[in-house]
Design a binder for this molecule. Sequence first.
Ligand SMILES: [Zn+2]
Length: 383
Amino acid sequence: MTVIHSARLVTDAQVTENAWVQMTDAVVTATGIGDDWRRAAPDDDVVDAAGAWLTPGFIDIHGHGGGAAAYDDGREAVATAVAVHRAHGTTRSVLSLVTASVADLAQRAAMIAELTASDPLILGSHLEGPFLDVGHKGAHTADLLVAPTRDDIETLLSAADGSLRQITLAPELDGGLDAVRAFSDAGVRVAVGHTDADYETTLAAFDAGATLLTHAFNAMNGIHHRAPGPVIAALGRDDVTLEVINDGTHVHADVVRMLFGEAPGRIALITDAMAAAGAADGAYTLGGLDVTVRDGVARLDDGSETGGSIAGSTLLLDEALRRAVTDVRLPIEQAVDAVTGAPARALGLTELGSLRPGFAADAVLLSSEFDVLGVWADGNRLR
Ligand SMILES: [Zn+2]
């Protein structure tokens, strides 16, 4: 058993001063205020938080790697990358795969299916492609983008063997809405993204079962007063969660602030991290494309001095949370919800994203500057 006491507990969109949380094995078993933790568990492993923030473990529903390793590259690469994210408070990760051939994606999804079965901290895979719009390809290889077919959908679903959590697709492609229905019928969360969809097509995708918007504003049409586009479509739907890359580069802080105001409880901060997250600037590859990272900003190499499209991020979720408070100026309870409760709700993970009794023993201790002081996942102290 572990008891963390004298914490400023932030969970379920509330702040509780001088709080304690008791975790037994992999579950939160009790919480309280003040000194009565002493009665609750005399023999526990006791941690004095000394007034630090205590939050549920962070959940990243969209990331591609870290620590100079990418999830596309096999088991060892996954282990390297998730270790970096875990040290920064991300206790549960969906592993995103960049566009590849359907055969390669099937093989990688099968690899992640095995990891998901053996590691409770891995939530499954996210296919970002290959059913994406060429005109909004971002850092995906144009030649590999295709319209969805029944055969390809079956191949990917059966390779993932129930571990496919999420797929990003462009609903305006031929067969796009049928694909939304097929994946959501199979229990996969469908995200609209890397798309040329207008407002109406996006709403049609939500009606067909899509429940997420992949990195809002990035790789899609923006907001125009006569052409509201996918972001406005998503804001208007209570059943849709909007992913946001809050790294100060992908979306302006004031625009992020607007999203939180329009869709409280429905913003999930993601990293979309590529291999350079938690690693040095320099040359990398992302799904076979050459990328240069300068000052933490990853761009495709296009021969120009400044570089091409932004290619994923080097963000970690503790930094996304810090920026949500300092740059976006959100109350801490709202910022914490966007890396804990909101992503859990978006994926229907009813035992994650809160530190109430009965929830998973995933917790992060943070200084007032949002430096990670401690991480517990599934009841084990990781840092
Ligand atoms: Zn991505």
